[in-house]
Write a protein that binds this ligand. Structure first.
Ligand code: SAM
Length: 284
């Protein structure tokens, strides 16, 4: 790093509205007004927000594709004593948005990082879902790669936490079908769209019900999917308990999994290393 002043600046992680501009906090507006620079995921979008609230402030872009070079630039300004606010297009920075790397870089450089909390789409959907909110797992976006999506879903198949996913409308139906394949169609799901906006909608149904609904009606808007966690398995309730490892793996293969995924799933069920299942399956 180039320069080190006695007084370093502060990095403020500022949450902005996910739809309803009325959700911006008074403190967020104060911070945006008083910092030296705002690092925005998309400067045009943030400019609209600033214009709405009559704030004139220097903006710089900070996103996935320039985060290395721009991250160093921002850290240098902070080391020189400038205060910087980071905002994403909507909601809380670093939650399925840029921010994580800048936070780490700032911490590594001894820079104070603080937050101006506010809206998060996932938590907003969770509390509206009607599903248990006490224990949840935030899963963000699934990969666009079919195999990675499947692996991601399989890895949380037996998770008893309520699961939160983000999804774009054009991928919703295929995601629901993948979820049906891995979780089964009976799992309860809440699909939340247009949160905090005029046409906010929450559909509370099952994965089968959601597939039926969206087979007839095109999904519109960005979605948060909140899914019931796996049922707690009581002792003696595991379907595979009386099965041999071979039958256990073969059951998954018969359900459509590849042999590799079936071995992985059986290993997860039994809480043993994959190689153990592999050896037993192949009788090594
Ligand atoms: N940082 C944001 C947050 O704090 O929630 C998330 C950013 S991520 C790039 C965008 C995703 O969040 C969308 O694809 C959608 O899944 C979800 N999202 C954001 N705003 C939403 C809204 N008003 N209603 C429903 N989902 C929303």
């Amino acid at each position: 790093m180039r320069f080190m002043a006695d007084e370093k600046g502060t990095l403020y992680l500022c949450a902005t509205p996910i739809g309803n501009l009325g959700d911006i906090s008074k403190r967020c507006l104060e911070i945006l007004e008083t910092v030296d620079l705002i690092a925005a995921e998309d400067t045009r979008r943030t400019l609209q927000l600033l214009n709405h609230f009559g704030i004139t402030k220097a903006l710089t872009s900070y996103h996935e594709h320039n985060k290395k070079a721009k991250g160093e630039y921002i850290i240098n300004l902070l080391l020189e004593g400038k205060n910087v606010a980071q905002v994403s297009d909507a909601g809380t920075p670093a939650i399925s948005d840029p921010g994580e790397d800048l936070v780490r870089l700032a911490i590594d450089n001894g820079i104070e990082v603080t937050s101006v909390p506010g809206p998060v789409a996932g938590i907003t959907a969770l509390i509206l879902s009607g599903l248990p909110p006490a224990r949840y797992a935030f899963e963000g976006f699934l990969s666009t790669n079919k195999r990675n999506r499947y692996e991601h879903l399989s890895s949380v198949k037996n998770d008893t936490h309520t699961l939160i996913f983000y999804e774009a409308p054009h991928k919703l139906l295929s995601t629901l079908n993948d979820m049906k394949e891995v979780f089964g169609g009976e799992r309860r799901i809440a699909l939340a769209r247009e949160l905090t906006k005029l046409h906010e909608e929450i559909i509370r149904t099952t994965i089968d019900g959601a597939i039926e609904h969206y087979a007839e009606k095109s999904p519109r808007g960005e979605y948060v999917l909140v899914i019931e966690g796996a049922k707690e398995q009581q002792e003696g309730e595991c379907f595979w308990q009386d099965m041999s490892v071979k039958d256990h793996v073969d059951k998954y293969i018969a359900e459509g999994m590849t042999q590799k995924d079936a071995i992985k799933a059986a290993a997860t069920d039994r809480n043993v290393p994959k190689r153990e299942i592999y050896s037993e399956y192949h009788e090594i």
